[in-house]
Design a protein around this ligand. Structure first.
Ligand code: FAD
Length: 300
């Protein structure tokens, strides 16, 4: 029996592993290595790591973990987690490994589905993004398009104006904005096109044109869009872990879920960024050590 299994090896999982390993815990981190940012060429806004590729970021993280003898990393997928009793979880992987641990940390992030527009996947992560805080600087003062197909993103045009004045909002034929919101877009110099989109065109990841179903072409040099998101750990309901209305796991400030012994951090708890996910993972490590220390102290 080990102390903790961490499911997911992005910034949240690695940060939790680092703190737990430094707290003399025996840790196994299991990662399927399919993070949602793998499509992008560079990661930004993580102090001391600004501009690294997602692969470099992970490699540096793994190197930090490798310095601690109590931390083992495995490239595998967790397919089952069973609670044996109050103090034991059985974690099973696709590679048929069974690991028994006193605590489980879920840091599996979420999966995104891009708007269904032909060609969009050729540009996502290269010249089309979803988070202006991650990639707004790289897109600053460009001719931007904002592709929106959900009412949840209606606040984003105002945000994007922070980085670029030349902004066109396209809805792929959907009626998303209210009359009041349309007026606001107009007053702020943002063109709204509610026609259906036939495809996106460009070259080597560089978006060049939005082609509408009626043949009209809109020249653009980059943009943003609103993917829909799903958390990527189907066992949450089965384990009785409480989630909010949007499906994200509810935790306290130290990543504790409502199930004793199960913690969560990073984007499984809500949309985030690398540094925020890492700090949440750090707090899970701290929380686990606090919880263990309190229990051990009482039991002497
Ligand atoms: C195009 C794009 C660009 C981005 N750019 C930036 C940026 O510049 N700066 C920034 O701060 N943020 C950026 N982000 C956001 C950033 O990637 C996320 O905030 C961050 O990766 C979330 O960390 P996490 O640890 O919660 O999840 P992830 O990094 O997604 O890690 C989750 C891991 O869990 C694994 N996993 C899932 N299920 C299982 C399972 N059953 N068993 C084992 N492993 C499993 C996944 O394969 C994955 O490796 C970007 C995102 C995208 C999509």
């Amino acid at each position: 029996m080990i102390d903790v299994v961490i499911i997911g090896g992005g910034p949240a999982g690695m940060a939790a592993a680092l703190v737990a390993g430094r707290g003399k815990k025996e840790v196994v981190l299991i990662d399927e290595e399919k993070p949602r940012n793998k499509v992008t060429k560079a990661s930004h806004a993580f102090l001391t790591r600004d501009g690294v590729t997602p692969e470099q970021f992970r490699e540096k993280g793994r190197r930090d973990l490798a310095r601690y003898t109590g931390i083992t990393t495995m490239n595998d997928k967790v397919v089952s987690v069973k609670q044996e009793d109050d103090y034991t979880f059985e974690v099973e992987t696709l590679g048929a490994k069974k690991i028994y641990a006193r605590k489980v940390v879920i840091t599996t992030g979420f999966k995104e589905t891009l708007p269904t527009i032909e060609g969009i996947e050729n540009y996502y992560g290269q010249s089309l993004f979803s988070c202006p805080f991650c990639d707004g600087w790289e897109m600053k003062d460009e001719s931007l398009v904002f592709i929106i197909d959900t009412k949840e993103g209606t606040h984003i045009p105002a945000l994007l104006k922070n980085w670029a004045d030349d902004l066109v909002v396209v809805t792929d034929g959907k009626k998303i904005f209210t009359d009041e919101q349309k007026k606001e877009l107009m007053i702020n110099g943002i063109k709204l096109i509610e026609k259906g989109i036939a495809k996106l065109e460009g070259e080597k990841g560089q978006l060049k044109q939005v082609i509408f179903e009626d043949g009209e072409k809109l020249n653009r040099t980059g943009g943003f869009c609103t993917p829909t998101i799903d958390q990527t750990f189907p066992l949450i309901q089965q384990l009785g872990i409480e989630t909010g209305d949007n499906g994200f796991v509810k935790t306290d400030g130290m990543g504790r879920t409502n199930v004793a012994g199960i913690y969560a951090a990073g984007e499984i708890t809500g949309p985030s960024q690398l540094i925020v996910s890492a700090s949440q993972g750090h707090m899970v490590g701290v929380g686990m050590i606090f919880d263990d220390s309190a229990a051990n102290f009482r039991n002497v």
